[in-house]
Design a binder for this molecule. Structure first.
Ligand code: 13P
Length: 263
């Protein structure tokens, strides 16, 4: 049975002075059997969050929000995947904000993916269409292209062993208060698994957890978790609010228990 995962993407929020306390508070409010929890703070807060969670709740994993596609070199301001060893065990890759603001292409994201896996990080690959692409009926095609581009050079076996996760985040749903319908998100998860099958994934991608992201809250999480094709959420704005995270992870826990993951 696939993992049930709630990952917090803190984006460019928190400081080293407050991130540890926030992580500790969220950890304490989300102790739910069977749910894999991940907190992805800004790079400069990784050590504070790692230390706080090591002390209070080591079962919450720490993730980075990106990694560089090279191992080292003259790349001012960047962070290579091997530098994260000891700080993080997960990495978000190809987030739409980085596709938009840092010009990340599918090919580049594919290179980041293999750097992350080589460094022992569990990758969350983000895919998702723009509003105009959905309105033009091209959402599935866009996501399949992103998937094919990022995975072109990937070894499915190595990625599967690394615990590869995909987050479907429609760009128009991020930070807007507007979400995909749960049935559209589930249909996209099915399409993603069909895409993985075409790319040679041995089990047709059945083992790959697919998260929904885009304006997830404690109020709407239930719709998504009720879909068997969806295995959790990648949460932005609401992930900075302990009350919201408590509600989101509690609902994810119901699905985890139904899947027999709660031990
Ligand atoms: P919001 O939950 O703020 O819409 O952000 C979603 C997201 O981008 C998570 O990676």
């Amino acid at each position: 049975m696939r993992d049930v995962i709630v990952a917090a993407n803190w984006k460019m929020h928190t400081t080293p002075a407050d991130a540890g306390d926030l992580a500790t508070t969220i950890a304490a409010r989300t102790r739910v059997p069977g749910v894999t929890r991940v907190i992805c703070p800004p790079f400069v807060c990784l050590a504070a969050v790692r230390d706080a969670l090591a002390e209070h709740d080591p079962s919450v994993a720490v993730g980075a929000q990106t990694v560089h596609h090279e191992l080292a070199g003259a790349y001012t301001g960047e962070t290579a995947a091997p530098m994260l060893v000891g700080l993080a065990t997960w990495a978000i890759l190809g987030h739409s904000e980085r596709r938009r603001d840092a010009g990340e292409t599918d090919d580049l994201i594919g290179r980041k993916l293999s750097r992350a896996v080589d460094a022992g990080l569990r990758p969350i690959l983000c895919v998702g269409e723009l509003l105009e692409e959905r309105e033009a009926g091209r959402a599935t095609q866009v996501v399949e292209t992103q998937l094919r581009g990022a995975l072109a050079a990937a070894d499915p076996q190595a990625l599967a062993s690394a615990g590869f996760v995909i987050a479907y985040e429609p760009v128009w749903a991020i930070g807007t208060g507007r979400t995909a319908t749960a049935s559209d998100a589930a249909a996209m998860a099915d399409a993603i698994r069909t895409g993985l099958t075409a790319l040679g994934w041995p089990d047709g991608g059945e083992g790959v957890p697919i998260l929904y992201g885009g304006s997830v809250t404690s109020v709407n999480i239930g719709e998504f978790m009720a879909e068997p094709a969806i295995d959790g959420a990648l949460v932005g704005g609401a992930s900075l609010k302990p009350d919201e995270m408590a509600g989101i992870v509690a609902r994810a826990g119901i699905t985890a228990a139904a899947r027999g993951l709660a031990g």
